[in-house]
Write a protein that binds this ligand. Sequence first.
Ligand code: HEC
Length: 148
Amino acid sequence: MLKHFGYFILIISLFNCNSAEKEEKAVTIVDGTERYDVYQGSEMANLMKGMYAYNMQLKQEVIDGKIVSEFPEEFLKIHTAKFSESKSRNQTFDHYSGKFIEAQKLVFSEDSNTPLKERFNNGINLCITCHQTECTGPIPKIKKLLIK
Ligand code: HEC
């Protein structure tokens, strides 16, 4: 069951916009209430990692055909979280973050005629679309979230 956002920040890796898998370091966390901050990324980078981990679990729920989690309100921090020093909020980011949140929410909608898998992939494709505009490094990793 997906209860706390802290639980989603499980994937701890050292990679950023410019490099896909540079020195990736995975840490296995057994207890969902513990948080291991081995790498101090920006608020935005940490949020992104949480979104990645969350969608990895959500993908399985979509494959199983049953959504048991809810839209994580923490994702709305995308509108306010601080960026790494080299980055800043701009119109393109605000545009795509709005579109992404909209698409991600639709995955949890019970009255949609669009197949679940398609709604899930639409959300992930918006992660990718935004990343193509300014942060291409993680794209190969994000693509792994897509359901074929
Ligand atoms: C509106 C644009 C936008 C959307 C949507 C978006 N990202 Fe990001 N992402 C960024 C930016 C910009 C950064 C760099 C943040 C920083 O360095 O402070 C980033 C960073 C990342 C990182 C690297 C974090 C690190 O370790 O430094 C990952 C992984 C990531 N995003 C995955 C995702 C996933 C998965 C989704 C969708 C569920 C997503 N992103 C949606 C713009 C976006």
